[in-house]
Design a protein around this ligand. Structure first.
Ligand code: OAD
Length: 255
């Protein structure tokens, strides 16, 4: 075990409270594409055509087609060893807040699997960018379970049973505000945590990227797990260069 991993393990073990911030990199080994870098989604697709309110107003069929593809892709993926180790740790400790920028639902799946018959609540993440697996009405804002999407034409797209407006995926698009209750809960956890463990994010998208800085500002420690240096690396007390599924279990598992 490297010195950095041993130091990080001790800090995490001794922390009274911890916050975990995850990004697309934690799901990379599950087969979910990241956004930036060589094979990232934003290298293949234009965000302004697919992930803005203006794009949805212009061409909702195309936007839904892309999100339906992502739903199918993610549904075929499973939580990996990093999601599982985090879920076990959060259930066991009870003083851990998992904050994710991911919309893939893999933390929640790992939490339910780890909890079995017990309540998974302690390991459920705050999903600051929403969820691929929830719909929201583009008119009245009502959230609902996802319905099957037929993106053949605008007339076949799903509509709100209350007001008749088009449903959309309940994810945060560029230019939109995050859910303020979810963000406030994440910010409160980060501002009081002894340790912030940051896994698999380029730390380029705000306000999520500011959460580790909140922990640091009040005297907490930031630990980063990422194969590459990021915008956050200089602010991290310990930066572990490695893949999440290999490193995270080593940080959190007992023994
Ligand atoms: P990015 O695609 O920007 O960054 C992914 C990070 O994961 C990079 O720093 C990689 O080095 C790292 N990474 C890759 N493989 C890894 C592995 N096996 N283990 C650990 N880390 C690995 O994704 P995010 O930072 O999550 O927003 O992007 C933030 C937001 O930008 C997303 O939530 C999304 C996107 O636009 C919205 O859709 C609102």
């Amino acid at each position: 075990m490297s010195d950095d991993i041993a130091r990080a393990r001790a800090l995490l073990r001794d922390a009274a409270t911890a916050v975990v911030l995850t990004g697309a990199g934690i799901s990379a080994e599950s087969g979910v594409p990241t956004f930036r870098g060589g094979s990232g989604l934003w290298g293949q697709f234009r965000a302004e055509d697919l992930a803005t309110p203006e794009a949805f107003a212009r061409d909702p069929r195309r936007v839904w087609e892309w999100y339906a593809w992502r739903r199918t892709l993610v549904a075929e993926c499973a939580p990996n060893a990093a999601h599982r180790a985090l879920a076990e740790w959060a259930l066991h400790r009870g003083t851990v807040t998992i904050v994710t920028q991911n919309v893939d639902g893999l933390h929640a799946r790992a939490a339910r699997e780890a909890a079995g018959e017990d309540d998974p609540a302690r390991a459920l993440p705050l999903e600051v960018h929403g969820s691929l697996f929830r719909d929201k009405c583009s008119g009245c804002g009502t959230r609902s379970d996802p319905v099957p999407v037929d993106a053949t034409s605008v007339s076949t797209l799903p509509r709100c049973p209350r007001c008749g407006a088009l449903l959309r995926p309940d994810v945060v698009w560029f230019g939109e505000m995050l859910d303020q209750h979810v963000l406030a809960a994440a910010d409160g956890a980060a501002a009081t945590a002894d340790v912030c463990l940051v896994i698999g994010t380029s730390a380029l998208v705000y306000p999520a990227a500011s959460l580790p800085l909140r922990t640091r500002a009040h005297g907490g420690v930031v630990i980063e797990v990422n194969p590459e240096a990021t915008a956050l690396t200089r602010a991290a007390e310990i930066s572990i260069r490695g893949a999440a599924a290999a490193v995270v279990p080593q940080l959190l598992n007992e023994g």
